[in-house]
Design a protein around this ligand. Structure first.
Ligand code: TIU
Length: 227
């Protein structure tokens, strides 16, 4: 693929070199996204998260066809919870919290069914999966090393939830010098008002953390005349 390319975006067009761009798919885990998972058990409406799945799958397919790098993340902890701050475990005073038996196995514990990525967006062999103990994908992970080794400078960001792990990761990436394009139909929040505010915050002040566009606009640029 020839670069550079430019996608219509807000606050202005997002220019990127495809060979230096990765797709980041953040925390599309059963426990957050699926009906009957931990997120829904806490009383959240998973519908807005589920709406992000299909557009994200289209973008994922396009990156795979173009042989551009894809990186997935999962939020979770070691089975002994030695990498889970006690403050995180205690937060919310939940009857069922991190490490406890939940609807899809132990909540946010690596290796459990609910912790893994939904079938629709299942990583392919060769696509790195970054297991992260925090909300941000750079904190206490080797994501930066993985991106540096691939020569990545720009990130197309998708995943959940918009105002928590997506925002934290975009802020971390921005501080490290990465250019982030967030696809608003490929990110989701349990709270519509947080979705709207989180998207506005990224593109405010001349794009303080990054750019915002849609999957359709990106796919038109990436795959222009594809039948
Ligand atoms: N991945 C992610 O956003 N983790 C969260 O805990 N999100 C909530 O919105 N709770």
């Amino acid at each position: 693929m020839r670069g550079p390319l430019a996608v219509p975006a807000e606050p202005y067009e997002f220019a990127f070199e495809p060979s230096q761009t990765a797709l980041l798919v953040i925390d599309m885990q059963r426990d957050f996204v699926d009906r009957g998972g931990f997120g829904e058990m806490l009383g959240n409406d998973v519908a807005p998260l589920r709406r992000a799945v299909e557009p994200t799958r289209r973008v994922l397919d396009a990156f795979r066809r173009a042989r551009l790098p894809v990186v997935h993340t999962r939020e979770g902890h070691r089975p002994d919870l030695s990498d889970c701050p006690p403050s995180k475990r205690a937060r919310g005073k939940l009857a069922v919290g991190i490490g406890d038996p939940g609807p899809m196995g132990r909540v946010l514990v690596r290796g459990e069914h609910g912790h893994d990525i939904i079938d629709d967006l299942k990583p392919l062999p060769g696509e790195p999966v970054i297991d992260k103990p925090g909300k941000g994908a750079f904190y206490a992970t080797d994501l930066e090393l993985v991106l540096r080794d691939k020569g990545i400078r720009s990130l197309v960001v998708t995943g959940v939830t918009t105002e928590v792990c997506v925002h934290t990761t975009v802020r971390e990436a921005n501080d490290r010098g990465y250019e982030c394009l967030v696809l608003e139909d490929c990110v989701g929040s349990y709270f519509p008002e947080f979705q709207a505010a989180a998207i506005k915050m990224i593109k405010a002040q001349g794009g303080i953390f990054g750019w915002v566009s849609t999957s359709r606009q990106l796919l038109e640029v990436l795959e222009g005349g594809r039948p």
